[in-house]
Design a protein. Structure first.
Length: 398
């Protein structure tokens, strides 16, 4: 039996938050962004959109289109506070909630619908209404048997839309939508499909039989083609802490390939990971970085060092090395993650040192490595507490 998955998407999120904080701006054309000559618009209110103002537009161009446009600087602490509020409301109605970004989430309400006397659409409408009345935020909700269709449903009608897409509805609702508006199909891919292969709508992709297209897109084609035919994952998963790792990931506020911005994000993530590790007196000897692109293609890479660490500098430098070696600068990134792995107390790494001296045939190489590790651990401790096992054996009769 199919599940009931909803995708809740806040409408003009940053702009709406600003209008709530500054009631005098309600009903007026407003945009969130920078004031500088090279700044861009992050989000525009629906009043501003009537003038043609939209996200990623240069601020100077937006002001030309709408001379009365109010520009407000972003305040991510405020946005996160509102996010916590609307997510808490959704958790009252859903068994599982998966946060997709600061202004959207998926929820599995299959079991909840079995326990209520309300009709499904009324139950879902109550979520939408409570969010609005409790926070002032408006949202659109897509309802479907899987996450892709739910996401497309939330985009179908804004603001305050409520759209149901069942698999049997796919030809009528999904297929006429332009391929450029398909979730997961980036600008480059949609442009390629349109200009090179005449695939202009989601329906064109769903019914495509051209093997050249299949070979060109590879694995991405398999994903997009299945989605275009109404397939997709119905697994709504909440993050579960791995006791053997300490990690932080963040969905960026907007997709970007700006190298400086990405390095700042890695720096913040590294600091968060380090603080958590130090708080619990844990170390790790392996680092992992996750890169998720705007087309939802992900790269996960890791490296192991020859000593345990938990300081922010070591985490950051190694994370940047992994990032530089593996990311594609031509594609926009939507999520970054940094994880300290093989985590344990410092004593667990000390115990491993004795294993290096098991066989004489390995002594030359292993002793050098052991000494390097011991030196680094002693530096962390600020005292020469540890010594190689060979030194201890040499002094056992003293």
């Amino acid at each position: 039996m199919s599940k009931t998955i909803i995708h809740v998407d806040m409408n003009a999120y940053f702009a709406t938050c600003a209008q709530i904080i500054y009631p005098q701006y309600k009903g007026k054309p407003l945009a969130v962004g920078g004031q500088g000559s090279r700044s861009i618009i992050s989000t525009a209110s629906y009043e501003a959109r009537k003038y043609g103002v939209h996200s990623a537009m240069p601020t100077y161009q937006a002001k030309r289109l709408c001379p009365n446009l109010i520009i407000v600087s972003p305040d991510f602490k405020v946005y996160e506070r509102f996010t916590n509020q609307f997510v808490d409301i959704i958790r009252k109605y859903a068994t599982k909630v998966e946060i997709a970004s600061i202004d959207e989430c998926y929820a599995d309400i299959s079991d909840n619908l079995k326990q209520t006397t309300l009709k499904p659409l009324q139950y879902i409408k109550n979520i939408q209404d409570e969010i609005y009345h409790q926070t002032g935020l408006s949202c659109s909700i897509g309802v479907a048997p899987n996450k892709f269709l739910a996401k497309m449903g939330s985009d179908y009608k804004k603001p305050m839309g409520l759209t149901v897409i069942r698999k049997k509805d796919v030809p009528a609702i999904l297929w006429p939508i332009p391929i450029g508006d398909m979730y997961g199909c980036g600008k480059k891919t949609s442009k390629l499909l349109q200009e090179e292969y005449g695939i202009n709508t989601i329906g064109d992709l769903a019914n495509n039989t051209n093997p050249v297209v299949v070979n060109k897109l590879g694995k991405l084609y398999e994903v997009l083609h299945s989605w275009a035919n109404g397939e997709g994952s119905d697994n709504v998963s909440e993050e579960i802490d791995d006791p053997k790792s300490i990690g932080n990931s963040h969905t960026l506020y907007y997709d970007t390939n700006n190298y400086d911005d990405l390095l700042k994000e890695i720096d913040e993530l590294s600091t968060h990971v380090s603080k958590r590790a130090i708080k619990y007196e844990l170390y790790g000897n392996s680092l992992q970085i996750t890169i998720k692109y705007a087309d939802f293609h992900s790269i996960v890479r890791d490296k192991t060092l020859d000593y345990p660490f938990n300081d922010a500098k070591t985490i950051y430098l190694n994370a940047v090395q992994l990032f530089d070696a593996n990311y594609n600068s031509e594609n926009n990134i939507r999520l970054l993650g940094v994880t300290l792995k093989n985590v344990g107390p410092l004593s667990s790494f000390v115990k491993q040192l004795s294993l290096f001296d098991d066989k004489k045939s390995k002594n030359s190489f292993q002793n050098t490595k052991t000494q390097a590790i011991i030196k680094r651990i002693n530096e962390k401790l600020g005292k020469d507490l540890l010594k190689p096992a060979s030194d201890l054996r040499g002094n056992k009769h003293d």
